[in-house]
Design a protein around this ligand. Sequence first.
Ligand code: CDP
Length: 238
Amino acid sequence: MSKSIPQSISKIIIAIDGPAGAGKSSVAKIIASKLNLTYIDTGAMYRAVTWLALRNSIMLEAQKDILLDLLSKAEITLLPGEKRQRVLLNGFEITDQIRTPEIVKYVSQVSAIPEVRSKLVSLQQQMGEVGGVIMDGRDIGTTVFPNADLKIFLIASSRERASRRQIQQRELGIEEDLDSIQAEIERRDFIDTTRAVSPLSQAADAILIDTDQITIYEVVDKIIATLNTKLGESKKGF
Ligand code: CDP
């Protein structure tokens, strides 16, 4: 049973940003369960839109309007899942389908489309406005919730991130070569950090944590300690 938490904590917003494989979702899930917060995986939403595009054989540049029309009628639902967040598109479960290498290949291109971003950002703002959330992504601290109570920016070397991703993919039954995963991660980092609209970047007031040499649990402890200090300073500690 999760312990009850004071009102002040139950309304907080925590933003966790960083590049692929830095440990955002693992860390966010543990903190969500420790503090009784709702975890929102925004990457899953961009992956869902990419699935929608591929499913309808939409050519991203030439047929952007078709994708935007489909997206305007689409309903993306995130539900708590056992291992990872469940994702439904128009009621159809696509939790595993959005984790394939095919989706990874196109997701950064889809995420760079300004109209896709504005639609998903406003959905994310609605999902989080009541507070009590921990949201992970690329632009949560800079764009989605610039006034978040706590902003964390996780990083790690691309080799380490590739190796973590290889383990996750194996659990899904997908075997990929380490060098190819690393190259794919670096390609995605490049597109994500150089796109025109809300690129991946560390908010000025985000706390940087390099996860290369420390475990997920040490990262969690650091974040909770930082949160406690912050809330203590504003007399809202728990
Ligand atoms: O799990 P991983 O870190 O590989 O990626 P993800 O969090 O599922 O995000 C997949 C892709 O969605 C990223 O490479 C970005 O292109 C995009 N994304 C974004 O643009 N903004 C977000 N807030 C979250 C994800």
